[in-house]
Design a protein around this ligand. Sequence first.
Ligand code: SF4
Ligand code: SF4
Length: 349
Amino acid sequence: MSIVSIERCEDYEIENVYKVLKDIIENSDMPKVKNKTILLKPNILSDSKPEACITTHPAVLTALIRLLKEMDAKKILVGDSPGLHSPKFKPKKSKIYQVCKDEDVEWVNFHKKTKKKKIPFIDRKIAVTKTLDEVDFCISVAKFKTHELMTTTGAIKNMFGLVPGLNKSKQHVHNPTKKGFAKMICGLFSVSKTEFAIMDAIVGMEGAGPGNGDPKKVGLLMASNDALALDISQAIIMGHNPLDIPIIKYAIKKRLTETTKIDEITYSKLNANDLIIKDYKRIGKDTVPTQRPAPTFIADRCIRCKKCIKICPANALTLQKKKIVIDEEKCVRCYCCHEVCPAKAIKIK
Ligand code: SF4
Ligand code: SF4
């Protein structure tokens, strides 16, 4: 049975987060953690200050680690791999690395050891972190956010971080449509050993997510024994029909988890349908890449860091006369450039 537990949490004070997290975990059928090795996968899309709301808040991770220790977990690992970072990356700005040090758990560098895994639904191999072979299961510790390409990001999409670095943006070239990308994400999730999911929805992101939107107070913490059910709940709270979200639609079709119908979800605490935020700035829906707009570049905001050029999987960007120039014929509208731009210099119209 897919159980989602949602409770109010107004701020990131560690005592409050701990109390609410304990409550929702106790009410969402978490798998046994005693003597288990568990990988926690926060969302560290790009390492940035917690108040930017791009990353899972360190207080949520801290509280979760403390609870897992109290439940006698054998070993807790924390890891993620943003698209652009050096092989020695540590998430310092987001304070997630500090949490690992303070709570005495291991930060895992996904770049160190990878293994190619055959991914269902797309029938191709993708390199993922070998850490997966060392753990009993993973917990997706997601952030409540919009996503320019996939409409929302959530607990399922969060596990894309198991694919190290720039290998992720390459997947957009192989899977340029939303449906194709949703297939790949669902296939990857099916080999990710994710057995539980948490969502930091205390302050989420609205507008141009996942990297360039605005913080939005939602005031909730969410947990589920079913990542799909959690993502459906997020979509409902944002005001979507969940079936408009490509990953959710494909996951239901393929019976990725136990949730085969939206109204089958059991809400053990608050019900997502009573929590809809009417004025949430959502992403609209479109279906094929040619109908999606190409990104536009705002020259006077650009700091010429070239991060967009590095991450672009289609080699569609160049720096010419101190301006980023896009080749729209090459662009596959993946919006990876928009996700990594640190200066809000890229707009999706
Ligand atoms: S220009 Fe941006 S949206 Fe287009 S393919 Fe490159 S990274 Fe993706
Ligand atoms: S990532 Fe943004 S700031 Fe950096 S070069 Fe590209 S457009 Fe300019």
